[in-house]
Design a protein around this ligand. Sequence first.
Ligand code: PEP
Ligand code: MG
Length: 385
Amino acid sequence: AAGVGGDFATVMAWVDKFRRMKVRANADTPHDAKTARDFGAEGIGLCRTEHMFFEADRIAAVREMILSADLEGRKKALAKILPMQKGDFKGLFREMKGLPVTIRLLDPPLHEFLPQEDKDIEALSATMGVSVQTLKHKVEFLHEFNPMLGHRGCRLGVTFPEIYDMQVQAIMEAACELVKDEGFQIVPEIMIPLVAVTKELAIMRANAVAVCEDVQKRYGVKVDYLIGTMIELPRAAITADSIATEADFFSFGTNDLTQTTFGLSRDDAGKFLPFYVENGILEDDPFVTLDQNGVGALVRMGCEKGRATRPGIKLGICGEHGGDPASVIFCDSVGLDYVSCSPFRVPIARLAAAHATLNAQAAAPAKSAAAGKDSDALQQPVASA
Ligand code: PEP
Ligand code: MG
């Protein structure tokens, strides 16, 4: 791509020699994945699957699924989405050519999926054979006053396990078909969002493993995979030693972790936060530059507790801070294996990661032996049956 060759490439190749941390990108489409690779991303650290569900040809099926009265109705709707999801993941895996890809299972504020307009409800009523009034009652029932603190993330997976089962099936079928038809291996990393309680992750993990093993048996193909979690709620960081018993990796979701640590809505913060920064009440906007004393302390605690339980646990960050230089340097100091940021920030993150390694070496020469190690070699894929 224009702008990523020549002198730039020479400088970045030099930079890459120094850094310890890997740099991945947040990407949801093959197009974003290609941009990320062009900028030097070494994997996808976050694919937000909810964006895939809003496409015109799917949203109707998604609404049908959410508003169905029973499991049978939900499964019928999900069966319509499955082939499209499989196509999404194949596209991403192909573009990343075997580099690690972390796919986060659905994490929507539920209300964004609900039909608001009469014409949409009427259309659903016709497809589902349910009265408009019944559907309107259901939409009203599902309405939440604080959707960002509500029925989202794994809470959706716990209450509607068939949604995550469909997504895991799509991930694993995509991986098996690539092995079988195109002869290349991928180690999918399946990520569970918004975990607060170990039991949530335990249930989601058991379900995902069952689906993965079933798909592999059907295809007669072996695919290694990891199952991990976002650490994006204070409770998850505080109980990370317990959560790590169920996780092959942690990815710090510092957008939500900042929101929930400060008790400050990430969507409304712009209304008064500038006043705080201008008047020195806060040094920086904590949604841009990681608040090292508060949110950072939770990240550090999450890393320490996670490693205490599972020494080789893979650790990364996929909140916006993963592309902010000062935050990247902090991530290095707590020993994250990688940062993941928007594709266009990958070069900045590579530079900041190198800067961090050099700082660390200058401060503690004895530790320099650790520099440049291949952190992805630390991963311990789930050995499939
Ligand atoms: C986060 O919370 O930091 C995160 C990466 O997830 P999202 O921004 O999609 O909530
Ligand atoms: Mg989040």
